[in-house]
Design a protein around this ligand. Structure first.
Ligand SMILES: *[C@@H]1O[C@H](CO)[C@@H](O)[C@H](O)[C@H]1NC(C)=O
Ligand SMILES: *[C@@H]1O[C@H](CO)[C@@H](O)[C@H](O)[C@H]1NC(C)=O
Length: 196
């Protein structure tokens, strides 16, 4: 029992450390591109943070990991720093998905993720195909605030698909084009001009 607890504490510590390590991995050396790499955990609770809005019409039934073809689903899910839903919430994922395969496992998703990281506030928008039980890459199509002009991708992979709350690990790979820096410098300059 004590050993299990010890292992659990170690795992939690490692998770926390890996978040700190990855979240601070910000580079600007490669071709002048600034980038940010980190992972968060998205928790979705059926009929609490995610709802079927329109029922699907064919294929698989409503199950733990499947929904009928054409199902329209909407969600507003918290994203935390570790896989434990009680850990710190640093982002919110708002979006919708439509089941796009007859086996009920794939869908097309659109989401806005509002991020409150230590040094970056704003949102990114993602769009793309997702898979309910396998890892999937989603292109980042843009952002707002400190994420203005970002590109890159996020990878979602299932962590826990049992029970009413399902958890996905979301790994972010964000890249700022060189003109994003100029834009924000210019922006601050204009701001100062107005104040003085
Ligand atoms: C969620 O709500 C719908 C509609 O009220 C209901 O049919 C369904 O059984 C609920 N699902 C769960 C898992 O509670
Ligand atoms: C999650 O964290 C809370 C608060 O720190 C703790 O009480 C709980 O045991 C943890 N749950 C799991 C499943 O590890």
């Amino acid at each position: 029992m004590a050993q299990i607890l010890h292992l659990y504490l170690l795992a939690t510590l490692l998770l926390a450390l890996s978040f700190k390590a990855t979240s601070s991995s910000r580079h600007s050396g490669n071709n002048g591109l600034k980038s940010l790499h980190f992972a968060l955990y998205q928790h979705e609770t059926i009929n609490k943070t995610g709802y079927i809005i329109v029922n699907g019409v064919a294929g698989a039934g409503v199950g733990q990991t499947t929904t009928p073809f054409g199902t329209l689903f909407a969600f507003q899910d918290p994203m935390t720093v570790t896989a434990n839903i009680s850990s710190k919430v640093v982002a919110i994922a708002e979006g919708t998905s439509i089941t796009s395969s007859f086996d009920g496992l794939r869908s097309i998703s659109i989401a806005k993720i509002t991020l409150r990281l230590k040094n970056h506030m704003g949102s990114i928008s993602i769009v793309g195909g997702t898979h309910n039980i396998k890892p999937a890459d989603h292109p980042v199509v843009g952002g707002t605030g400190d994420f203005m002009f970002v590109q890159g991708y996020v990878t979602s992979s299932p962590v826990d698909l049992q029970g009413l709350t399902v958890t996905y690990k979301i790994v972010f790979h964000l890249y700022w084009p060189s003109y994003a820096n100029k834009f924000s410098l210019h922006d601050k300059h204009v701001g100062n001009d107005i104040i003085t």
